[in-house]
Every structure is written in structure tokens, then in C-alpha cells.
Write a protein that binds this ligand. Structure first.
Ligand SMILES: Nc1ncnc2c1ncn2[C@@H]1O[C@H](COP(=O)(O)OP(=O)(O)OP(=O)(O)O)[C@@H](O)[C@H]1O
Length: 323
């Protein structure tokens, strides 16, 4: 029995298909990130898992039991699953300790651990209108976790946070998994948040699950340009312009576009494909060069400096993939 089993989920709202035949399962303590462009259906999927959105077909099984949708339940939701919405709310003008005590069924020891993990112990006497956005979010999180769910669904928790609050929340989410043993699924637009955190990434495009894999697979072997674009910069060389980069006799690549990340384009002294630097952009830790190769402009990442427009270079590609 899987910890979470999502099978054949379709969601249709007002005649519009939002999720199409979503299937995946998850073991306890794995970390799953959902990625996809705005409007692709990520939030709807989390809300369906939480029992807050009614699927029109399919089912969510959690710890062996079916999650009942809102049409069949007076108070929507599942006691073992907590969903932190992008639009979480806290009661106004109450002290934090009051907000938490209303929701709290924990022992003093458990509550102390939870508040430490959520980095809110020092905020107990503050009123909710005297908190920063990041602090409010961590209080909302602690309030959700006080029912001690086994699965926490985080809907874009890092959006609208400055660097400092984001760093704190990253540690909090790390400790929620590691110290409290709560399994997490997280949505984020930022590949830095997902690639370094997740055991597995699910990519959603137009309501469909188009790719599932570990971060290395998703980053290095995206199934299409859409996935490639979600996880960083890349070069796409159309099939009719990729001849310069194909080894003679290689027929596998016929009719396919070539994709390669900028860091897999190396400038070499000899044996590469000749090109000309069109522009050099400084990024502190590295440069990115626009290099014209025949009628293609390649984005090349290099740690070397001193390149300028007009320089003749040679480029070698590695870790390319074809779509
Ligand atoms: N109750 C609803 N009725 C009609 N359309 C809806 C409803 N809920 C969501 N949608 C639409 O379904 C699509 C998917 O929405 P959803 O919020 O799940 O996407 P998302 O990937 O989470 O987007 P974002 O990253 O912007 O939060 C959007 O086009 C949205 O407008």
C-alpha cells in the first residue's frame, strides 16, 4: 500500500478541464515538488489531494483510505493532510499564543518542539497585526501542523518572501521533514527551490502530468522544451540547423531538435565547432556569451573572462538531448 496513491484524477470546473488523468504514488518521507507554468493546474492538484476540490473522475487514496471530496463531506478536508494555501489567513489582532492555543491539541513538550521547528517561539506575545509576512506564514504553518498531519501540502510557500525569510522557511521545511517526520509536497516556480530539495519532481503542463523523475533526470533529460524552460536556461537548436553539431553518420537525431544547457557548451582551443562571440554578459561567478555558430546563436557559459564581441572561438557540446 502506497502512502499516497493518486489515480486517474480529472477535474472539470465550469466545463473547463483543469486536470487530465493524473496518476502517481508516493512513499512516506519522500519529498515531491510540483512544477509547471502559471495556470497549469498545480494548486488544483494539491487541493484535490487535500480533499478540498472534487475530482470529476479518479480517486486519491491516503494511507489506504479514500480521500472524500467536498461534495460528499460537510467539512471539506482530511485530518491527516494539511494544505498551506497561498492565501492563508490568520485571525486579526490576537496574540500569537492565542491563535495557536485555539488550534492546539498538543502536549506542552510537543508544542515547544513544533514552535521551535517553525522558528516562532519568540513571537508568542506578538499580535497578528504586528508580524511580517514571513512570520505570519510560519504561524499559519504551525497552526496547521498542530493537528499533527502526516502529509503537508505547501502551495508556493516561497513566493512573496524576501531572501532572509525565504532562508528561514527553507530551514523550517527541512526540519518539518527531518525532525517532525512529516511528508511534504511543495509547489515552487523557482528551480533553485525544487532541484536541491526534492527526491522527485512532477511536471504539469496544461493539466497533464508530462514528466516525473528525480531532479537530475528532470534537469538533464527534460521530455520537451517546456520542462527544459522550467528548470533553467537552455539552447534549442532546430533540427534543420543542428548539422554542425551532429557526428557524421548519426541517424538517431534525424528530424529532432537539439537541446543543451549553457554550462554544457565548452570553449575549446581546437576540435570544436567554429563560432564568433557576439556579446559577453557578466554574472559575477561566470560569463554568458552569445556565440554565433553558422545561423544559430548559442548561449555559452564560461568561467573565463576577457571575451569580447568579434572573438573567434570553438564550441564543444556535451550532455545534449534531442526532442
Ligand atoms: N473553480 C474554478 N473554476 C474555473 N476555473 C478554475 C477554477 N479553479 C482553477 N481554475 C482554472 O484552472 C487553471 C489551473 O489553475 P491552478 O490554480 O490549479 O493553476 P496553478 O498551476 O496552480 O497556477 P499558479 O501557479 O498561477 O498558482 C487556471 O486556468 C484557473 O483559472
Amino acid at each position: 500500500m502506497a502512502f499516497l496513491d493518486v489515480s486517474g484524477i480529472n477535474v472539470v470546473e465550469e466545463g473547463i478541464v483543469i486536470l487530465k488523468d493524473i496518476n502517481f504514488s508516493m512513499e512516506e518521507h519522500r519529498k515531491i515538488a510540483l512544477s509547471g507554468e502559471t495556470g497549469s493546474g498545480k494548486s488544483t492538484l494539491l487541493q484535490t489531494i487535500a480533499g478540498l476540490v472534487q475530482p470529476s473522475a479518479g480517486q486519491v487514496m491516503f494511507e489506504g483510505e479514500r480521500v472524500i471530496g467536498p461534495h460528499d463531506k460537510l467539512v471539506p478536508g482530511h485530518p491527516g493532510i494539511a494544505y498551506l494555501s497561498q492565501q492563508f489567513e490568520l485571525p486579526q489582532f490576537l496574540r500569537v499564543e492565542q491563535v495557536l492555543s485555539y488550534a492546539n491539541s498538543l502536549s506542552a513538550e510537543e508544542a515547544r518542539t513544533l514552535y521551535e521547528v517553525c522558528r516562532i517561539s519568540h513571537l508568542a506575545k506578538r499580535r497578528t497585526n504586528q508580524l511580517s509576512g514571513g512570520e505570519r506564514q510560519r504561524i499559519a504553518l504551525a497552526r496547521l501542523l498542530s493537528s499533527w498531519p502526516s502529509l503537508l501540502l505547501l502551495d508556493e510557500p516561497y513566493s512573496n518572501l524576501d531572501m532572509g525569510h525565504k532562508r528561514i522557511l527553507k530551514s523550517v521545511i527541512h526540519d518539518i521533514s527531518d525532525e517532525l517526520g512529516i511528508t511534504c509536497i511543495l509547489i515552487s516556480h523557482d528551480p533553485h527551490d525544487t532541484l536541491s530539495w526534492a527526491d522527485e519532481i512532477l511536471v504539469i503542463q496544461d493539466g497533464k502530468l508530462i514528466q516525473q523523475g528525480n531532479p537530475q533526470q528532470i534537469y538533464k533529460q527534460p521530455v520537451n522544451e517546456y520542462t527544459a524552460s522550467l528548470f533553467g536556461k537552455y539552447n534549442a537548436i532546430p533540427a534543420d540547423k543542428s548539422k554542425a553539431f551532429i557526428k557524421p553518420g548519426d541517424n538517431k537525431t534525424k528530424g529532432k531538435d537539439l537541446l543543451v544547457r549553457p554550462e554544457n557548451t565548452t570553449l575549446v582551443a581546437s576540435g570544436g565547432v567554429p563560432g564568433v562571440v557576439m556579446a559577453a554578459h557578466y554574472f559575477g561567478s561566470h560569463y554568458e556569451l552569445d556565440v554565433q555558430v553558422e545561423d544559430v546563436t548559442l548561449l555559452v557559459k564560461t568561467g573565463k573572462d576577457g571575451f569580447k564581441a568579434g572573438d573567434a572561438v570553438q564550441v564543444k557540446l556535451s550532455d545534449v538531448w534531442w526532442v
